[in-house]
Design a protein around this ligand. Structure first.
Ligand SMILES: [Zn+2]
Length: 194
């Protein structure tokens, strides 16, 4: 289910445009000190994409305040990169979701398709099942989901809540935008932690 779309470079170009809009919004808001923001992208080498992944994926959009004495870094949310993780965000969601209830053979096929070994996939599963539900983001954001998504079927339930068919890239856009607050520095903090 759903994996053909993620092998299509056009899907990833579409998400690049969404990230461009998110970055432009952040840039217009300027630095909290009032300084202007300048482009200061991070180099990235993402995994899990198709061979013809657009070259725009070699950077995570980011800004730096231009005012002397501030130089604060502002990194906008992203629908492409899940924080500092190497694999593309949509791949981390999809493969972990498809891993649920799949045969070992199917899991091997997925691992090959998305260039991730079994240990990596198990780490993603642990992230969605054990860590993500504890985040402050999830505790607040899950209230906005209708119908209610239960924790024991994450991330599959999230995928199904937003993406309604194999080619539903707008569904993906909504899902990735919903999750985008966790992609900025500090976005994955858990309740009670600093
Ligand atoms: Zn500043």
């Amino acid at each position: 289910m759903y994996h053909d779309l993620l092998r299509d470079a056009r899907f990833w170009s579409f998400l690049t445009d969404v990230d461009g809009d998110l970055a432009e919004t952040a840039r217009q808001q300027a630095c909290p000190c009032g300084g202007r923001l300048h482009r200061a992208n991070y180099p990235r080498k993402p995994r899990g994409g198709p061979r013809d992944l657009p070259t725009a994926y070699l950077s995570r959009l980011s800004f730096c305040c231009g005012r002397d004495g501030c130089r604060k870094r502002v990194t906008p949310p992203s629908v492409r990169f899940l924080g500092r993780r190497v694999y593309l965000g949509a791949v981390i969601i999809l493969v972990a979701a498809m891993r649920q209830g799949s045969s070992p053979r199917r899991v091997r096929e997925l691992a090959d398709l998305f260039d991730a070994d079994r240990r990596t996939i198990n780490r993603w599963r642990a992230f969605w099942k054990e860590y993500f539900p504890l985040t402050t983001f999830w505790k607040v954001a899950r209230g906005r989901l209708v119908p209610t998504v239960t924790v024991d079927v994450l991330p599959r339930a999230l995928l199904e809540a937003f993406v309604h068919s194999e080619q539903d890239r707008n569904g993906w856009k909504k899902l990735l935008l919903f999750l985008s607050p966790i992609t900025i520095p500090g976005g994955l903090k858990i309740e009670g932690s600093i």
